[in-house]
Design a binder for this molecule. Structure first.
Ligand code: PSU
Length: 305
């Protein structure tokens, strides 16, 4: 790994040496997904949740020409308050390293970095997907093609409900990405447990998910798995309550001609305002829930080695 621009935190380096379970965590959720200081507080709580569940957290970001796998407290604090941070996907991670800027990793870039560091499991909030109106805008997140290419199991609360969920599931199917709902038949919709759409696959234990991950490697199948873990009941915003809010935020984005990488952060921020903060509470609860499941999957993967 010496010729790669990877910088492992002491905790992550030790976990690798010991063969301990590690869970990758992304940083776009910190810089573009949540407001300061709750973003910092959440990043710390998610790391603590992974540790409490018996794994080592590795929050990933690009700083000073290195991909950091595991952030020190000082780096995390810096990132949470930094302005002008690049939002990195497959297309721009190498460029960001080359020009020495600070970059937060999306699901796609975090998968790439995790795989380079030998980490097989990653927890986030919700993946990107096919945006509404994609038939004319062509706006489809690079997260989907990354899931098709990079062998990392991603635990999310489904795809963000601001997206076109039926089209997102269609594209994932075309790309050969297993979409596994955890403990229910329905594909969850981020803030809500229900999307009205059946999930292609269902599993009820971390052990099954770990076995499926290993099985894909044995079969020589490229790409990862999407584990769609429903938000806990006590934290969810039911679909009929969140849908009108999402529609209002989408109409504003269209009127203001918000496009490309700015769409998701704009919508998340507007939905936060329109729900008077309830969407953020839900987002935090679902990320913590995903961190716990990811830690259990990482532990099962190690057990089976
Ligand atoms: N999960 C959250 N909040 C977020 C994201 C995930 O709870 O902000 C980020 C992820 O980094 C994901 C990105 O990759 O949103 C999707 O952005 P886009 O739709 O522009 O591809």
């Amino acid at each position: 790994m010496t010729n790669l621009p990877l910088s492992l935190s002491p905790e992550v380096a030790k976990a690798r040496e010991d063969g301990a379970p590690i869970v990758a965590l992304e940083s776009t959720i910190i810089t573009h997904g949540m407001p300061y200081p709750r973003n910092l507080e959440t990043a710390r709580r998610v790391e603590a949740e992974v540790r409490a569940a018996g794994a080592v957290p590795a929050t990933i970001a690009v700083m000073g020409g290195q991909i950091h796998i595991g952030l020190s407290e000082a780096r995390l604090e810096n990132l949470a308050q930094a302005k002008d941070v690049m939002k990195l996907s497959r297309a721009d991670i190498a460029a960001c390293l080359a020009i020495g800027r600070t970059g937060a990793t999306t699901v796609a870039a975090t998968m790439i970095a995790a795989h380079l560091a030998g980490i097989a499991v990653f927890a986030t909030g919700g993946i990107g997907g096919v945006h509404r109106g994609a038939e004319s805008s062509f706006d489809i997140s690079a997260d989907l093609t990354e899931l098709a290419n990079t062998p990392v199991t991603v635990v999310a609360a489904g795809a963000k409900a601001i997206l076109d969920l039926p089209k997102t599931l269609e594209v994932l199917e075309t790309l050969g990405v297993p979409v596994i709902a955890y403990g229910q038949n329905e594909f969850p919709a981020f803030w809500s447990r229900s999307s009205g759409l059946a999930a292609p696959l269902r599993m009820d234990s971390a052990a099954q998910i770990a076995t499926a991950h290993r099985m894909r490697a044995r079969l020589g199948l490229a790409g990862g798995q999407l584990v769609a873990n429903p938000i806990p009941e006590t934290a969810e915003i039911p679909r009929e309550q969140i849908m009108p809010v999402i529609d209002a935020a989408l109409a504003e984005a269209e009127a203001q001609r918000v496009g490309a990488k700015a769409v998701t952060p704009f919508l998340l921020a507007r939905i936060f305002e329109l729900t008077e903060g309830r969407s953020l509470d839900a987002n935090i609860a679902l990320v913590l829930n995903n961190a716990r499941l990811a830690a259990a999957i990482a532990a099962e993967l190690k057990r089976g080695e």
